[in-house]
Design a protein around this ligand. Structure first.
Ligand SMILES: NCCCC[C@H](N)C(=O)NCC(=O)O
Length: 561
């Protein structure tokens, strides 16, 4: 490449800076999606929002996507480009965040119905931006990393999303304290900040587009080829959404099985995560709060302490899985893994007391599910690339899902609960690592945009139903708990206690055994059905692949004979 033809993306430093700037949107939107998870009980004691209403708030987040927002967003992205679409949908998510925060502060009225209505409107707006923002971020990464470290950049971007989820589950209750609103304000602020980072990114985007234009113009003047190395217009790539493609996809057996598997599998994972901390506290006796000394002594404040530990684990996860891949030579790889694991073991030893306390805390333990995927997804992804067996691994993932939800629902053993969470974490790493590259084998490259948009749309149907369904069933099968907590709340408020004091008192009464806990057996058992459907669909997919010959069981790049 001629030196004068160099553009911004040819600089590694600028590329990685761009990745951090745009991935912050991924981090913040995943954070906002999941931060209510550890607040389920506090929503009830502080705001009087019961589990069905909690489920409604979370479930309605998906409503716009259920009715085609991802497809509309994709079409808008094709027409407007990354800059405008990013601002519009990032702005929509931020507006949703602000409205949710204002509602939680009682800005639209202090009574329960005003708060609930405000939270729902805010979450609907946030949800309308959420999935399209993720598509915009992915397109941006393709624009900057195509021809460079694209797979690595995508994996790190997903890592940012998972870190957002993990932190949200781990620290929201620490931020909330005894009232919900500080946690909502914090989560909304994160989206606002990430939008500012996106605006900073725009300067790089504008500059690079100008460089591309200039090079193309020069190419025309000199009669050279217009496409000078590294100067493709990725937005013009043939990945635009087309309805005709949708019809073709809907008649492809393998695509239908993998899309339905996506619905069944994710319905048993993302919605579960929203209720996992509350399940661990109510069913297995985990705590909602940490004993004062552990993290405060170690780091100064609970939220900050947890964040630091999580960031260390995140950096460790990325280094152990990604750095060795970029090194050449087996012994260099082995040595680097050894060093990284050694340093990590020392860090774990130093914070062992804190970690010990965490493993009996509901939110902190539940947050390890998304955090673990940062390590395992790239490892399984690399296995699928080298050895194949994607359809078989999806069957294994579905099997682990069934084991996880059975051990978390019908049994009462904390040991089985840990095993269940571990299996769920492995399944949550295994299935995405096998599923998303398989879609690229089943569907032609020029239909991939349409394929992902339609899969995410049907996925949101399942998510909406189960986000709401778990909370609604919890409410239905626990009438005596709902009534006891509601009566106690009313009576304490009538005695003049503040909502924060009411929340504390109710927690104390539950610990003493004077107030009952929620029974989660049926709501989680319902997710076992998703696992059974997933396993059936994964088998059908394997069968269909044998007939249609996409080579899902073969390593990356190999085609069936
Ligand atoms: N909680 C984030 C919502 C985005 C979900 C997205 N449709 C998706 O499924 N991404 C793949 C993944 O495994 O996160």
């Amino acid at each position: 490449m001629n030196k004068s033809n160099k553009i911004l993306k040819d600089s590694a430093a600028v590329r990685w800076l761009v990745l951090v700037l745009v991935s912050s949107l991924m981090f913040a939107t995943y954070y906002f999606q999941d931060f209510f998870s550890p607040l389920r009980e506090l929503m009830e004691t502080d705001l009087g929002i019961n589990s069905e209403e909690f489920g409604r708030v979370i479930g309605l987040t998906t409503i716009a996507n259920m009715f085609g927002m991802i497809i509309i967003g994709g079409i808008i992205l094709d027409k407007w480009g990354i800059r405008l679409a990013g601002l519009a949908f990032g702005g929509l998510a931020t507006l949703g965040g602000i409205i949710t925060a204002l509602a939680s502060m009682g800005y639209f009225g202090d009574d329960k119905s005003s708060v609930l209505a405000g939270l729902i409107v805010g979450r609907i707006l946030f949800g309308s931006g959420l999935e399209v923002v993720c598509v915009v971020v992915t397109r941006t990464i393709v624009k900057w990393f195509k021809g460079y470290e694209l797979a690595l950049a995508m994996a790190i971007n997903m890592g940012f999303g998972r870190l957002g989820s993990a932190l949200a589950i781990a620290i929201s209750l620490d931020i909330a304290g005894v009232t919900v609103s500080p946690a909502v304000v914090f989560a909304a602020t994160l989206i606002g900040l990430s939008l500012i980072f996106f605006v900073v990114y725009l300067f790089f985007d504008i500059k690079m587009d100008k460089q591309i234009k200039a090079i193309k113009a020069a190419g025309q003047v000199k009669g050279e080829e217009a496409i000078i190395a590294g100067v493709e217009q990725e937005e013009e790539a043939d990945e635009d959404f087309k309805f005709s493609d949708l019809i073709k996809l809907a008649t492809n057996k393998s695509f239908i099985y993998i899309a339905l598997l996506c619905v069944a599998f994710y319905s048993a994972v993302f919605p579960f995560i929203q209720y996992a901390p509350d399940l661990l506290v109510n069913k297995f006796g985990f705590s909602y709060v940490l004993p004062d000394s552990a993290t405060v002594v170690a780091f100064g404040s609970e939220a900050l302490g947890s964040s630091l530990v999580f960031v260390v684990i995140f950096i460790f996860a990325l280094s152990v899985t990604l750095i060795p891949n970029s090194l050449k030579g087996k012994s260099a790889k082995r040595l680097s893994v050894l060093i990284i694991v050694g340093v990590f073991a020392v860090v774990v030893y130093l914070v062992r007391d804190t970690l010990g306390v965490w493993l009996v805390n509901g939110p902190k333990t539940a947050s390890l599910i998304p955090l673990g995927t940062i390590i395992f997804t790239p490892i399984f992804g690399s296995y699928v690339d080298k050895k194949g067996k994607a359809a078989s691994l999806m069957i294994l993932g579905a099997l682990l899902l069934i084991f996880a939800h059975l051990s978390l629902s019908v049994f009462q053993s904390p040991f089985l609960a840990y095993m269940g969470l571990l299996s769920l974490g492995i399944a949550f790493s295994l299935v995405p690592a096998a599923m998303w590259p398989s879609v690229a084998k089943i569907v032609a490259e020029n239909r991939l945009g349409t394929a992902y948009a339609s899969m995410f749309t049907v996925q949101n149907w399942g998510l909406g139903a189960f986000f709401w369904g778990i909370g609604a069933l919890l409410y239905k099968v626990n009438p005596q708990v709902v009534q006891a907590i509601s009566e106690m709340r009313e009576s304490l408020l009538a005695q003049g206690l503040t909502s924060g004091e009411v929340a504390d008192k109710i927690k104390l009464l539950q610990l003493e055994g004077s107030l009952p806990y929620y029974d989660y057996t049926w709501p989680i058992l319902m997710l076992v059905a998703c696992g059974v459907i997933s396993i059936f669909l994964a088998f059908k997919l394997k069968q269909a692949d044998k007939e249609q010959g996409y080579g899902l069981e073969l390593p990356s790049g190999q085609k069936p004979e």
